[in-house]
Design a binder for this molecule. Structure first.
Ligand code: DX5
Ligand code: ZN
Length: 215
């Protein structure tokens, strides 16, 4: 059974409390929260103050995806809020091993995300130190983009690396997940599915979450 992490990016922010209640009542396992800085990616979303408010209403673990430069600056603040999982982009970390270690030392799960153009083989030396590897199946920065098919090969390659090394890392997919791409991703070895527009754009988001969960 896959872990489902709906992405709040596609939610109605004018009705945030209602959206969070929907997530609380749904079968979603985590809530995916996209932080963008207008530097690493073209868009800006929200930061720690909003995450802090969300924490107070949300009953599910927070799966925070940092699409920002210098993500290490926010480890301490994220810990104070009570965030469970911090995923940083490989491309933004000069000292990726140190950053992952610092996230762990702060008591959070540590994830590393790879852009579509970043190869899986770069993870070989850190794969045993990560809890989650996030394969970006679109270029980060916006919801509602077309799924990049090559991501399936990356999932298979990553699965092989995880099995070879005995790593416990989960494979999370972010971007373009829907009823067509989800079955292919699960067959390739994905463990966690992030879905933004497919969930929040649906007439009945709870039903969509339930259907993804049942795949
Ligand atoms: C994109 C974000 C995603 C986004 C996915 O940069 O990281 O989490 O919300 O949106 P969909 O599911 O619509 O592709
Ligand atoms: Zn994301």
């Amino acid at each position: 059974m896959p872990i489902i992490s709906p992405s709040l990016l596609a939610a109605d922010f004018g009705n945030l409390q209602r959206e969070l209640e929907m997530i609380n009542e749904s079968e979603a396992d985590w809530l995916h929260l996209d932080i963008m800085d207008g530097v690493f990616v073209p868009n800006i979303t929200f930061g720690l103050p909003l995450l802090n408010m969300i924490r107070k209403h949300l009953k599910k673990p927070m799966d925070v995806h940092l699409m920002i430069v210098q993500p290490e600056k926010f480890i301490e603040g994220s810990k104070e809020i009570g965030i469970e999982m911090m995923t940083v982009h490989y491309e933004t970390c000069t000292h990726i091993h140190r950053t992952l270690q610092d996230i762990h030392n702060a008591g959070m799960k540590a994830g590393v995300a790879l852009n579509p153009g970043t190869p899986v083989c770069l993870l070989r030396d850190i794969i045993e130190d990560v809890d989650v590897v996030m394969i970006m199946s679109v270029n980060p920065g916006a919801g509602g983009q077309k799924f990049i098919m090559h991501s399936l090969d990356k999932v298979r390659e990553l699965k092989k690396l995880i099995q070879e090394t005995g790593s416990h890392a989960l494979i999370e997919i972010d971007g373009g997940v829907n009823d067509k791409t989800a079955p292919m991703l699960l067959e390739a070895g994905a463990d966690v599915l992030v879905a933004g527009s497919y969930v929040f754009g649906a007439e009945d988001p709870k039903k969509v979450i339930r259907e993804l969960k049942a795949l």
